[in-house]
Design a binder for this molecule. Structure first.
Ligand SMILES: Cc1cc2nc3c(=O)[nH]c(=O)nc-3n(C[C@H](O)[C@H](O)[C@H](O)COP(=O)(O)OP(=O)(O)OC[C@H]3O[C@@H](n4cnc5c(N)ncnc54)[C@H](O)[C@@H]3O)c2cc1C
Length: 292
């Protein structure tokens, strides 16, 4: 049964400061509303438990993708379309562009935001694995200022986040560094308009022919983004040739340790585990074929 519209209320403040005061005065009362592509599905199904929405759209502070010599800052209201076609992201953080391009279809990409994808807290969201692999920082804003933390620490459990009721996600920041290789794979029922069964984002960074940083993360196979720290550590210090000769069984074992896939309506835990391990082994054995 659909929700009864008059039961719901939307407040549209002009200024971010006012909104942050409202959130602080009534913690948990307002639900931030960005593109609405997650919230409205629940609303339409008649399951929306939040009655008071707070529209974020007028806040210029939450819009845009800002580039400096050191970093790229993606503010929370950047849409998938913004991400997908941004020239610096395409050149330096292509996994985010690919995640955006493979999320929903045009209408969702024009409306859905990165802040909403993160704030929804779904383990099946497609941008978080790429953000975790790139070592992004997340910025949270409240009336007391901005609090930053590694994106990897932000999700704390199934649909649980280190986000206080008085805070909004302001955006994420990515360090610009040369020498990265990237591999993003989304496995779903079909090529478009499918929620991931397994999502895989992996990057290594090279200096003088050796891997100096590795970021490998999964979506849809654990309650939060699954980061393969042991496999990342294994790769650091190796050349691409050395890495690509690692025993695939060992790579699969290390990758599998960081995830705990379950059965649900989209897939079985057994299938997900097998595919996830294969994606990691495929990434490592093909490292020499990836382009910087
Ligand atoms: C047909 C369809 C296809 C889809 N396909 C995909 C897909 O392929 N991959 C995928 O990952 N997702 C997909 N989605 C889910 C959805 O589109 C994304 O998660 C989207 O990024 C949500 O962004 P939004 O701005 O619409 O969020 P909203 O619906 O406005 O908000 C989502 C949640 O985040 C919170 N929130 C939003 N902004 C902030 C903020 N700045 N600070 C704090 N909390 C915030 C809201 O309170 C809410 O809880 C799909 C949805 C639909 C309807």
């Amino acid at each position: 049964m659909r929700a009864y519209v008059p039961d719901f209320d939307i407040t549209v403040p002009d200024r971010l400061d006012d909104a942050l005061k409202m959130l602080a005065e009534k913690p948990g009362f307002y639900r931030p509303l960005a593109g609405g592509t997650d919230l409205m599905v629940v609303f339409n199904a008649g399951h929306q438990i939040y009655k008071n929405f707070l529209s974020l759209h007028k806040f210029q502070e939450l819009h845009g993708i800002h580039v400096t010599d050191e970093e790229v800052e993606i503010r929370a209201l950047a849409t998938y379309t913004d991400l997908r076609y941004h020239p610096i992201l395409k050149a330096e953080f292509p996994m985010l562009c690919q995640a955006a391009a493979e999320s929903g279809a045009g209408a969702i990409q024009n409306r859905g935001t990165i802040g909403g994808n993160i704030g929804n807290g779904s383990p099946a969201a497609d941008t978080p694995p790429a953000l975790a692999a790139y070592g992004a920082e997340i910025d949270l804003i409240s009336k007391d200022g901005v609090r930053s933390l590694p994106f990897r620490n932000f999700q704390t459990g199934y649909k649980q986040m280190d986000l206080r009721p008085e805070e909004l996600i302001r955006g994420v920041r990515l360090k610009r560094k040369s020498g990265r290789l990237h591999s993003y794979r989304k496995v779903g029922t079909r090529k478009a308009q499918a929620i991931s069964k397994v999502c895989f984002a992996a990057t290594v960074r090279l200096e003088s022919g050796k891997i100096v940083e590795a970021g490998i993360a999964y979506g849809s196979v654990a309650p939060t983004v699954g980061c393969c720290e042991k496999l990342e550590q294994k790769l650091v210090g190796l050349s691409l040739a050395e890495a690509s000769k690692l025993d695939p069984m060992e790579v699969k074992k290390l990758a599998g340790e960081s995830i705990s896939p379950i059965d649900d309506i989209r897939s079985s835990g057994e299938y997900r585990l097998k595919v996830a391990k294969n994606l990691a082994a495929d990434f490592v054995s093909n490292l020499e074929n990836l382009n910087v």
